[in-house]
Design a protein around this ligand. Structure first.
Ligand SMILES: C[S@@+](CC[C@H](N)C(=O)[O-])C[C@H]1O[C@@H](n2cnc3c(N)ncnc32)[C@H](O)[C@@H]1O
Length: 252
């Protein structure tokens, strides 16, 4: 089991976090990811870590088919309840699926905030490369090193410690995954998206923090006091989701 965060496969926590993000977001991260995926009407898409369908449900009307994979059946049930007929779901862990025979091939593979949950991440990238048709595209995204820097500074400042270096997910996105892709794909591009989240009250800031994987109940009283001190002097607290996207194209 990977140790990336408490949202590994928890459907309710994922829904709470996605709702909190949607409430305070000022950008369209899903639109950015889907544009870079560049899938068209004839494309078969494999989506890894589809969750409750944040990307799937928006993409489905524009492609031939989507196979949405996730370890959480409860999340896939949310997709199945809202998806059109060209979406299929498959429940399984990435590390169990890599060695499973699969006759299907895909024009596009999409994975938003998910690939780093695999135990053997490099093997997973290998398997994705095999499953793509020649000229096919893998697009995946996840946190950059500076993701939510402002919120993390507030949180770690309360603990009297510096913001730690790269988290495992950040190291995967910034260092390991680009290197592994470059060894296999014909072209690899790095993209970035910044989505400012604007909080206008201590309640809003505490609410967002408590939906986030930094949340620590033992710190809640102090976090709220710090948030109230901030809003006594300012109208807004801004933290930014900073996301890296890797677009890798298989040789034709
Ligand atoms: C952060 S969520 C992202 C979900 C969705 N892409 C989104 O943006 O809302 C990560 C997803 O990966 C799934 N997941 C975590 N570990 C997994 C694993 N080892 N194998 C397959 N799916 C996994 C979780 O169940 C969760 O739905």
């Amino acid at each position: 089991m990977s140790q990336i965060g408490r949202f590994d496969t928890d459907t309710a926590a994922l829904q709470a976090r996605n709702a909190a993000h949607a409430r305070y977001s000022t950008g369209d991260m899903t639109g950015w990811a889907l544009e870079l995926l560049g899938a068209g009407p004839g494309d078969r898409v494999l989506e890894l870590g589809a969750g409750t369908g944040q990307q799937t449900l928006r993409l489905a009307p524009h492609v031939r088919s989507i196979l949405a994979v996730d370890a959480a059946q409860a999340s896939l049930d949310v997709i199945a309840a809202g998806a059109p007929g060209n979406v299929r779901t498959l429940c399984g862990r990435f590390d169990d699926l890599v060695d499973r025979p699969c006759d299907e091939r895909f024009e596009r593979v999409l994975a938003c905030y998910a690939l780093y949950y695999a135990d053997d991440q490099e093997r997973l990238i290998d398997r994705i490369h095999e499953l793509l048709v020649p000229g096919g595209v893998l697009f995946f995204c996840g946190p950059s090193r500076r993701n939510n820097r402002e919120l993390r500074e507030l949180h770690h400042g309360l603990l009297g410690e510096p913001v730690p270096g790269a988290t495992p997910a950040q190291a995967f996105m910034e260092d390991d995954a680009p290197r592994w892709c470059e060894a296999r794909f014909a072209t690899v591009e790095r993209h970035e998206f910044t989505d400012e989240m604007r909080f206008d009250s201590a309640d809003a800031l505490v609410g967002y923090w408590s939906s986030y994987n930094l949340y620590d109940p033992a710190l809640e009283t102090r976090f709220r006091a710090a948030a109230e001190a901030h809003f006594a002097q300012h109208d807004v607290f801004v933290s930014a989701k900073r996301v890296v996207g890797i677009r890798a194209v298989k040789a034709a």
